[in-house]
Design a binder for this molecule. Structure first.
Ligand code: BTN
Length: 265
């Protein structure tokens, strides 16, 4: 398959504040779908803003140790479908990473709906999807070769990398980017063609929150309940005191299972 999303035309700033900011300005200037920005390091990488945070969270992006990348998409979709692009990208990244493990398919990661990827030792990667005019910019941060001491102390017990997960050799950023380009292209084409089954099945198979008590918030609202399933279009299905609810977007700000609680990353 010819990759639609273009590594060939990738913008490679070396060091930059944030690939997301570059991709968003390129998108506003009319950059075509498939424009990709990949940096060696980011000095002001951004994570998903959490409710209660004064601003965006920072994303630790040390030089040469991870994949820090943003894609410009111009979805030919109803805007109601746009929120699902976050989970779709998370699933594409999960499949890309799993395919890179030497023991594939025996290693798999879990997805904390809708945007976080977890390995066996903690958070491995995160997705940040934002609009820029009539484009969507999806950014991803994937920890590749970091050792425990490469993380800031507050993240050491909660974050992981492909190296810490036992990938040997650790894939290069270039290799991981190519795998991601291929998986995201396939997922995006299927999604644009109206296929949602792969999304539901892929998320179900990697459903980190299954059975957990969760609190989910979004601008102007929130819900609490038990995460029981993934809906037909990738929504999180919660069992709440008022009955089942299907959430299309939101931030899981707290979750706990069997007596263990997990602070947000
Ligand atoms: C999260 O889990 O909070 C999402 C993290 C997204 C980080 C990536 S790194 C590449 C792109 N540029 C940024 O500034 N952020 C995203």
């Amino acid at each position: 398959m010819t990759p639609l999303l273009g590594l060939a035309g990738a913008v490679r700033p070396g060091s930059c504040a944030s690939t997301q900011e570059i991709a968003r300005s390129l998108a506003r200037e009319g950059a075509p779908e498939g424009t990709v920005v990949i940096a060696e390091t980011q000095t002001a990488g951004r994570g998903r803003p959490r409710r209660g945070d004064a601003g965006a969270r920072s994303w630790h992006s040390p030089p040469g140790l991870g994949l820090w990348m943003s894609f410009v998409l111009r979805p030919r979709l109803d805007t109601a479908d746009w929120p699902a692009l976050t989970a779709m990208t998370a699933l594409a990244l999960a499949k890309a990473i799993e395919g890179l493990h030497p023991a594939a398919p025996r290693w798999s990661c879990a997805i904390k709906w809708p945007n976080d990827l977890y390995g066996h030792r903690g958070k491995l990667a995160g997705i940040l999807a934002e609009t820029a005019g009539n484009a969507v910019v999806v950014g991803l941060g994937l920890n590749l070769a970091l050792r425990a001491e490469d993380f800031p102390p507050e993240l050491r017990k909660r974050a992981t990398s492909l190296r810490l997960e036992g990938f040997d050799p650790v894939p290069t950023a270039e290799f991981a980017a190519a795998a991601m380009n291929e998986r995201l292209t396939a997922a995006y084409l299927a999604f644009q063609n109206g296929d949602r089954d792969f999304l539901r099945e892929g998320l179900r198979a990697r459903f980190l929150l299954r059975g957990a008590r969760v609190r989910v918030t979004w601008p102007g609202g929130g819900a609490e309940g038990t995460a029981v399933d993934v809906g037909s279009a990738g929504e999180l299905i919660l069992k709440t005191a008022e009955g089942p609810r299907a959430l299309v977007a939101g931030e899981v700000t707290a979750w706990s299972r069997a007596g263990a609680s997990h602070p947000d990353y």
